[in-house]
Write a protein that binds this ligand. Sequence first.
Ligand SMILES: *Cc1c(COP(=O)(O)O)cnc(C)c1O
Length: 230
Amino acid sequence: MGIAERYQKVAAEVAEVTVAAGRAPEDVLLVAVSKTVGPDGVAAALEGGTRDFGENRPDQIVPKSQAFPEARWHFIGNIQSRRIPEIVAASSLIHSLYQLRHAEKIERAAAELGKVQDVLIEVNVSGEESKSGVAPADAAALVKACAALPHVRVRGLMTMAPAGDRAAARSAFAGLAALADEIRAELPEAEAVAFTELSMGMSDDWREAIPLGATIVRVGRAIFSESYQE
Ligand SMILES: *Cc1c(COP(=O)(O)O)cnc(C)c1O
């Protein structure tokens, strides 16, 4: 199977699991994480029908978004302050914001480009030290601080679950969904209606994430790696 076929297989499975969870198939967006492939891999996925790609490094998202402007590009990696203008220019959605000082820089970069930057707040639900993200207890304050920035629009939350443990993954996903509900209830109406996205689930655990409310799953290896086994 090539990349286009693997993408179509994953997309069909995502739709199936979404419907089985009692949701409409269009409720979950599949983002193809292309960080391990070059432009040929991106082109193959586009041919398979992908429109949304995820990248975790500025050095990748900048050239790829320029080569494939017909796609939507999602930044899912560590944000380095000095790369923010490039990340903002390239990204339709930034999934990995968790520091106010970065939000303020995104505000300035977006204002300069005349855009409103959609972002998700990354939350370290599991509390693992190796994981980035704001602590759950501090997430609401960060969302509200970002809401004061006119060129930053907080669309929801993102998390990465502990690897290799489905029960722990489920508990992280359920925790993120509950936290999003709490925060939404505290937001003014205008912000609450935009705060709809839960980016959670990767190749090994998207099947756990969708029944727990994921609206975006970020899948890399299952699409782009020939050797990936479920
Ligand atoms: C690499 C990456 C993914 C995709 O992971 P796979 O296990 O390859 O599906 C998803 N989210 C983030 C933040 C990543 O860095």
